[in-house]
Design a protein around this ligand. Structure first.
Ligand code: SAH
Length: 490
């Protein structure tokens, strides 16, 4: 190991940054949050540093670096664009025993700056020992995606109770078990959903002595009171298929599930991100083949939660858009089961983006209506007058079976036969196909194309934009091998 990672307190320490350009600005930004007393020596400052100097957040000496400037500083950053000057600064810093960082030549100095995931008071610092700052930054982005902001609150809570718990439990082992129960149990989960007060109240309650047991250091009782919670349900929108479209919160809750209830719309790629040790329950939901009726799904959620499980109810798209999520959580609320709803990217948004069809557009549509093509008593019952209005986009979910009827009735109610219409098959997945046509021609165009569900129908003049924009949608790059080229390629 060439370098040893240390976290140092810079509050009110004198820090000298030599240089006034973007590199110096980046270094200043890194130390500013640590409360350092920052002095910058540079003839001129770039915009962001100039603003900091105007606000007196930093002290600026408008001149070149001179011998003797390095005295009286704790940390010195050499960030000029003159290598010889940077080397001189490093030498001066070494001679007065200050810590020194030299931008772009970290080996000359004795400290380097890490790429930091800041979840204060929690800090995750990444260093490649100066070998590849870009790799460190890429890694930081990955880690940051998995550590929600609320982890800072978790660290804060642990810090606030640390001394108290030390006096409460004599043995290190008891303390460790206590903290493990807190940090992996319902208290942490509450905190991570933003319920700081609730989490603290639950922690306090778990510390109260019970009448039947002496409180002092009986961690099993204490742990027990934390563990004995009645389970909960996470109603999570899994998006339309591409796992990249999951939210951070969805991913976090997926990782902690004991039981996963999923249906046909949840893609295998998304399911693969759930814990392998979880119990998986397929609840179906093909149009005609409801593997499990909705009532039974609702009851199953309650049953598992009451058994103390963390139940992940994964839904395609968004749970509240044609997802019957509302019914599921009504049942949970009636049964007094805690739940959390995580929105997802609905099929309309996902398919539209991946097909290059903006749902609204200043020149085409000022409104967008989502309707269901699900048949009621064997026919489509929709507000047709409303759907044939100009300057709007109509998106039809579950419309494949009723496609011909939909297109026919829209025309009967006045929609022009040449109104552009598209069908997106298995949108956002690698199987995505987009058929564009007109409202009169679309049914016959897709009739012999062996189209597979799920499909989404988009009607309105925004569909014409597909021709131009499809080249820039996520999967088109993958289709290049099939002989397609970008329109501007020569
Ligand atoms: N809650 C879901 C919709 C459930 S209804 C959401 O917000 O997206 C099921 C319908 O959604 C399907 O019949 C289809 O019309 C649409 N759908 C879902 N995923 C799709 C996909 N990847 N491609 C095309 N349509 C999709």
């Amino acid at each position: 190991m060439d370098q040893f990672p240390l976290f140092i307190t810079l509050r009110e320490r004198r820090v000298l940054v030599v240089g006034g350009g973007p590199v110096a600005a980046r270094k200043v930004r890194s130390v500013i949050n640590a409360g350092a007393d920052i002095h910058v020596i540079a003839p001129t400052l770039c915009g962001s540093l100039a603003t900091l100097a105007e606000n007196d957040t930093i002290t600026h000496d408008a001149r070149n670096y001179e011998a003797g400037d390095a005295t009286d500083f704790w940390l010195i950053v050499a960030a000029t664009n003159d290598n010889a000057v940077n080397l001189q600064i490093a030498e001066d810093a070494h001679s007065v025993g200050a810590l020194v960082n030299v931008a772009d030549t970290p080996k000359v100095g004795n400290v380097s700056f890490a790429s930091v995931v800041d979840r204060a008071p929690l800090q995750i610092a990444i260093s490649t020992g100066g070998h590849s700052p870009i790799l460190a930054r890429l890694l930081r982005a990955r880690i940051a995606a998995f550590i929600p902001k609320s982890y800072g609150a978790l660290a804060q809570l642990a810090g606030d109770y640390r001394d108290h718990i030390k006096t409460r439990f004599d043995s290190l082992n008891d303390r460790r078990r206590f903290w493990e129960a807190v940090l992996t149990g319902p208290i942490a989960r509450r905190l991570l959903t933003g319920d700081d007060a609730g989490a603290r109240a639950q922690l306090e309650a778990s510390l109260q002595p019970t009448s039947s047991t002496p409180a002092q250091s009986d961690v099993s009782v204490l742990g027990g009171s934390i563990e004995e919670h009645p389970g909960e349900v996470y109603l999570v929108g899994a998006g339309p298929g591409d796992p990249d479209l999951l939210t951070f919160r969805a991913l976090r809750l997926m990782h902690q599930a004991d039981v996963v209830l999923h249906d046909r719309l949840v893609s295998d790629d998304v399911l693969a991100l759930c814990p392998p040790e979880a119990e998986y329950v397929y609840v179906g939901k093909r149009r005609a083949d409801h593997a499990m009726p909705q009532d039974t799904i609702n009851e199953t959620l309650v049953k598992y939660a009451k058994a103390g499980k963390r139940v992940l109810r994964l839904k395609g798209g968004d749970p509240f858009i044609f997802g019957r999520g509302g019914e599921e959580i009504e049942t949970l609320a009636e049964a007094n089961v805690r739940f959390e709803v995580v929105p997802g990217i609905t099929a309309a948004a996902g398919c539209a983006s991946y097909a290059g069809i903006p749902l609204t557009h200043r020149d085409h549509a000022q409104a967008c209506v989502f309707v269901t093509g699900h048949l009621k008593a064997g026919e489509l019952q929709l507000n047709w007058e409303h759907l044939v209005q100009p300057n709007q986009t109509v998106v039809c979910y579950m419309g494949l079976t009723a496609l011909a009827e939909l297109c026919h009735k829209l025309q009967m109610h006045g929609l022009a036969a040449d109104t552009p219409a598209a069908l997106v098959e298995r949108g956002t997945t690698h199987h995505q196909r987009v058929f564009t046509s007109t409202v009169s021609e679309l049914p016959s165009q897709v009739a012999n194309a062996s189209v597979k569900a799920p499909t989404l129908i988009i009607i309105g003049s925004v569909v014409t934009l597909h021709e131009k924009l499809r080249w820039f949608t996520p999967w088109v790059a993958g289709l290049q091998t099939e002989g397609q080229t970008y329109p501007n390629d020569t």
